[in-house]
Design a protein around this ligand. Structure first.
Ligand SMILES: C[S@@+](CC[C@H](N)C(=O)[O-])C[C@H]1O[C@@H](n2cnc3c(N)ncnc32)[C@H](O)[C@@H]1O
Length: 294
């Protein structure tokens, strides 16, 4: 292993929290994407919203692990109209941005929800990246996260925000995280955010348009990732400030770190994984992971 691929990895996979969102690092990244949450340019303080946490957490974890630099190759899944594609390109990264087909997005309601780009230039609509640089560094591909094409390999980093809970079931979501590791070079970093069930480690939504991952699902996934040779460190500590404890519900308030979803309290969870030299998975673990799928 050369120095480029040496495993040196400390970032914790963690829940969204007030302390994390207001940390100096995440505030820096939230400011870099200000046009996405302060459309009128009011200069307001960063809202306590888990969506901003997800985007800032992904950027911060990638930066901490040396990924946001010129010539680094990144692969984004289910990118919708998020700011990260143009943000990463503005830092010189070469990006393959992917999302499902327009027809699939339309039938699932994403194209009507203003969360599906459908075309490349919509990914830089707020101008975070110089247009010529964006054109040079970013390509768009239609990719179904449930069937990742094999030629998408050798990337320095991968990411997704708020996407793998929408693949139909807990098992499809976990399968995506395992499959997308094949897109990375050894030493590469994956950062993915998703729904986390705060209220229960047993009852949850296991199938449907949005599923809710429990602590035990993430622990199973981590075991599997580690047995393949990858690194992941988990921290399930929940925030305990007034903003953390507020469970938002319609009509939504300005504080939106946790919310009610179909009777469950949820927040976001950010996974950070480093790819190691791959080992084959012992058969008993394959069986265990399948048994835990619903
Ligand atoms: C909640 S939106 C999030 C969009 C964006 N990542 C963001 O943070 O704003 C979910 C995204 O997942 C995409 N998606 C859902 N199912 C998918 C699939 N099977 N393959 C690829 N993308 C999918 C949707 O098209 C949409 O872009």
């Amino acid at each position: 292993m050369n120095s480029d691929t040496a495993l040196n990895f400390q970032t914790l996979s963690q829940t969204c929290s007030h302390a994390s969102l207001t940390s100096q690092k995440l505030r820096y990244w939230a400011e870099q994407i200000r046009p996405y949450w302060d459309e009128t340019g009011s200069g307001s303080d960063i809202p306590l919203h888990r969506k901003i946490w997800e985007w800032a957490f992904i950027a911060s974890a990638l930066k901490d692990n040396g990924m946001l630099r010129p010539q680094a190759k990144g692969l984004g899944f289910g990118v919708g109209k998020e700011p990260l594609v143009s943000l990463f390109a503005s830092l010189g990264c070469t990006i393959v941005a992917t999302d499902q087909s327009f027809d699939s997005a339309q039938s699932a309601g994403w194209s009507q929800s203003n969360q599906f780009a459908g075309e490349l230039k919509a990914l830089n609509e707020k101008g975070l990246c110089d247009p010529a640089l964006f054109e040079e560094l970013v390509t768009f591909r239609t990719v179904d996260m449930r069937a990742i094409p094999q030629d998408l390999s050798g990337f320095d980093f991968t990411w997704s925000s708020c996407a793998f809970e929408h693949l139909g079931s807990i098992s499809e979501g976990l399968k995506f995280v395992l499959d997308q590791m094949k897109c990375l070079r050894v030493g590469g970093i994956a950062v993915h955010t998703t729904e986390f069930n705060v209220s229960s480690n047993s009852d949850t939504i296991t199938t449907g348009p949005t599923v809710l991952f429990r602590r035990r699902d993430i622990e199973d996934l981590a075991r599997h990732l580690r047995h393949q040779g990858n690194l992941i460190n988990l921290d399930f500590t929940l925030g305990a400030t007034e903003a953390d404890l507020h469970v938002d519900s319609p009509p939504w308030s300005g504080t939106h770190l946790r919310l009610k979803h179909d009777g469950y309290t949820i927040t976001s969870f950010g996974l950070v994984i480093q790819k190691g030299q791959q080992r084959s998975t012992p058969p008993f673990l394959k069986l265990k992971l399948q048994l835990n799928r619903h």
